[in-house]
Design a protein around this ligand. Structure first.
Ligand code: APR
Ligand code: PHB
Length: 389
C-alpha cells in the first residue's frame, strides 16, 4: 500500500490531521491499534478552545458541537474562603466550548468514510522504518497478516505510549518530565451539574473539580493519593468528598447519582523535543503531556494538527519546505506556554503531600492577588481560552 502521509493513531491528533490533509485532497491512511468502539469508550476532558472549534468549523464538522456543546463565558476558582469568577467574556471577549473529547472523536470517526479518510483499525505491532530517508514506511499486522505502508511522511499521533517517539535516535532527542505526587479520580454520572460553570477548588482535603458534559451529565474529579485504588472509592465516598471540597454552595446544588464511569489517572507534565526527525513528525500526546488542570491536552493536539497540516499541504503543493522545517519550533513554542499554564494552575489548586506552610501561604497570596487584580484575571482568561496559533 502506498500513501502520501501515513498517520499512526486515531485519537484527536491523528483524526484532525487526517481530515485536514484529506480536505486538501492528499492521500492519507491512519493505522490504529484498537477498535473504533474502544477509542470511543475513552472518557477524556471536555473543554475546547477556539483553536479546536475553529478547526472543526473549517472541516465542516461542527454541527453537533454547536447544537449540543455548551458555551461557557466564565469559570470559578475557590479555596473555601472565596469564590472567584474568571469572566472570560468580560476580560477578553472570548469563551470556551464544553463538548467532550469523546464526542469530538466520534464526529471525526463518523465523517471519515465520507471524506475518503481510511482508518485501519486493529493494526498490531506497528513499526517505523527508514525515517531518515524520503521513503519511510510502516510495518504492521492485521488479522494475522503482515502489511506495509510506504509513505512520503509519517505522522506519529500515537499518544504517550506509542512507538513513534521511541523511533527518534537518542542522539537528537531530549525529554523534560515532571511527575506529580497525586492523581485525579474522575466520576461521570447522569445528574445535572451543580453549577452552570466549572468550579476548580483548592480544599484542605485536596483539589476538586466540578465539570459537565451536558445539562444532564456531570463530570467531577478529586485529587487522590498516587497509590489509591478504585475499590477505596465507592460512589458515596466520592460524592461526600466532592460536597466537602467544592464548598457549601456547590454542595447544595449537587445531585448525586450512580457513576457510569470511574477512573484514576496520574498527573504528569512532559515535553519531548524535537517534534520532527527526518520524515517523521510527532503530534499530540506522542510529544507532550499536560496535567489536566486547564484541559489543554486535546487543544494542544488540535494546534499541532493545524500547524502540521498547513506545513504538509504547503510542501505537497509547491515543494516549499519552510513549514515542515519550522514545524517543531512553532508547535513547541505553543506547547511550552500551555505546559506553563497547566503546571501553574496545578500548583495553585492542589495540596502537595510534602508542601509546607510557606507553600500554602503562597497559594493563598496568589489567589488573593488574582481576586484583586484584573490584570491577573486577564492573564488566566487569555490562557484558559487558548493562546493564538
Ligand atoms: N499502533 C497504532 N496506534 C496506536 C499505537 C500503536 N502502536 N499506540 C497508540 N496508538 C493509538 C491509541 O490507541 C490512540 O487511539 O494512538 C491513539 C492516540 O490517541 P490519544 O492518546 O487520544 O492522543 P492524541 O490523539 O494525541 O490526543 C491527545 O487525548 O490523551 C488525551 O488528554 C489527552 O486530550 C488529549 C488528547
Ligand atoms: C472535564 O470535563 O473532563 C475537564 C474539564 C476541565 C478540566 C479537566 C477536565 O480542566
Amino acid at each position: 500500500m502506498k500513501t502520501q502521509v501515513a498517520i499512526i493513531g486515531s485519537g484527536p491528533a491523528g483524526l484532525l490531521l487526517g481530515h485536514l490533509l484529506r480536505q486538501a485532497d492528499l492521500d492519507v491512511v491512519i493505522v490504529e491499534r484498537h477498535t473504533a468502539e474502544y477509542v470511543l469508550s475513552r472518557i477524556r476532558a471536555g473543554v475546547l478552545e477556539t483553536t479546536a472549534t475553529d478547526l472543526l468549523e473549517r472541516l465542516g464538522l461542527d454541527a453537533r458541537m454547536h447544537e449540543e456543546g455548551l458555551v461557557h463565558t466564565g469559570f470559578k476558582l475557590t479555596d473555601g474562603e472565596r469564590m472567584l469568577r474568571i469572566d472570560m467574556e468580560l476580560l477578553i471577549g472570548k469563551h470556551v466550548m464544553v463538548y467532550g473529547q469523546t464526542e469530538v472523536t466520534k464526529d471525526l470517526i463518523d465523517a471519515a468514510p465520507g471524506r475518503g479518510l481510511e482508518i485501519l483499525w486493529e493494526a498490531e505491532d506497528v513499526t517505523l522504518h527508514a525515517i531518515d530517508s524520503d521513503a519511510p514506511y510502516l510495518g504492521f499486522t492485521r488479522g494475522g497478516e503482515a502489511h506495509r505502508i510506504d509513505a512520503r511522511f509519517i505522522a506519529g499521533c500515537d499518544g504517550f505510549y506509542g512507538p513513534s517517539r521511541r523511533a527518534f535516535p537518542e542522539s537528537v532527542a531530549r525529554d523534560y518530565e515532571l511527575a506529580y505526587p497525586f492523581g485525579w479520580l474522575g466520576i461521570l454520572a447522569d445528574v445535572p451539574p451543580c453549577d452552570e460553570e466549572l468550579i476548580y477548588a483548592n480544599h484542605e482535603q485536596g483539589f476538586a473539580l466540578a465539570s459537565m458534559r451536558s445539562r444532564t451529565r456531570s463530570r467531577y474529579y478529586i485529587q487522590v493519593p498516587i497509590d489509591t485504588t478504585l475499590t477505596d472509592w465507592p460512589d458515596e465516598r466520592i460524592w461526600d468528598e466532592l460536597a466537602l471540597r467544592l464548598g457549601p454552595q456547590a454542595a447544595e446544588g449537587m445531585a448525586r447519582g450512580p457513576s457510569i464511569e470511574k477512573s484514576i489517572a496520574p498527573l504528569r507534565s512532559f515535553v519531548f523535543e524535537p517534534m520532527r526527525h527526518g520524515s517523521l513528525f510527532l503530534a499530540g500526546d506522542a510529544a507532550h503531556i499536560v496535567p489536566p488542570t486547564g484541559a489543554k491536552g486535546l487543544n494542544l493536539a488540535a494546534s499541532d494538527a493545524a500547524y502540521l497540516s498547513d506545513a504538509l499541504i504547503r510542501w505537497f503543493a509547491s515543494g516549499d519546505a519552510e513549514g515542515i522545517d519550522g514545524y517543531s519550533e512553532r508547535a513547541l513554542a505553543r506547547v511550552w506556554k500551555s505546559e506553563r499554564f497547566s503546571w501553574s494552575l496545578t500548583n495553585l489548586m492542589h495540596r502537595f503531600p510534602d508542601g509546607g506552610a510557606f507553600e500554602r501561604r503562597m497559594q493563598v497570596a496568589e489567589l488573593d492577588y488574582i481576586a484583586g487584580s484584573r490584570a491577573a484575571q486577564t492573564a488566566i482568561a487569555e490562557n484558559y481560552v487558548g493562546l493564538p496559533l
